[in-house]
Design a protein around this ligand. Structure first.
Ligand SMILES: Nc1ncnc2c1ncn2[C@@H]1O[C@H](COP(=O)(O)OP(=O)(O)OP(=O)(O)O)[C@@H](O)[C@H]1O
Ligand SMILES: [Mg+2]
Length: 71
C-alpha cells in the first residue's frame, strides 16, 4: 500500500486550510482510510487545538482501561 500526501496550503490567513484539512481527514477516515493529519502551523496550531481534546479522551492508558481522560 502506498501513502498519498495531500497538502492544503495558502499564504492567506483564514482561507480555510485548517477547517478543510480537518473535514477532509474526517471524511477519509469515515471511508475507512488510514489518515495521519500533521499540523505544520507552528504559530497558531489550529488543527492541533481542534483535535487535542478528542485525542486525549480516546488515548488508552497503559493500565488496560479505556477512554480515561488524561489530565
Ligand atoms: N469554530 C469556528 N466557527 C466558526 N467559524 C470558524 C471556526 N473556525 C474557523 N472559522 C472560520 O472559518 C474560516 C476558515 O478558518 P480556518 O481556521 O480553516 O482558516 P486557516 O486558513 O487555517 O487560517 P490560518 O491561516 O489563520 O490558520 C475563517 O473565516 C474562520 O474565521
Ligand atoms: Mg489554520
Amino acid at each position: 500500500m502506498t501513502a498519498q500526501v495531500i497538502c492544503f496550503a495558502s499564504a492567506k490567513g483564514g482561507a480555510g486550510k485548517t477547517i478543510l484539512t480537518a473535514s477532509f481527514g474526517s471524511f477519509l477516515a469515515d471511508l475507512k482510510k488510514k489518515v495521519l493529519l500533521i499540523d505544520c502551523d507552528w504559530s497558531t496550531h489550529g488543527l492541533t487545538l481542534l483535535y487535542l481534546e478528542p485525542v486525549k479522551k480516546s488515548i488508552a492508558p497503559m493500565d488496560g482501561t479505556r477512554n480515561k481522560v488524561l489530565k
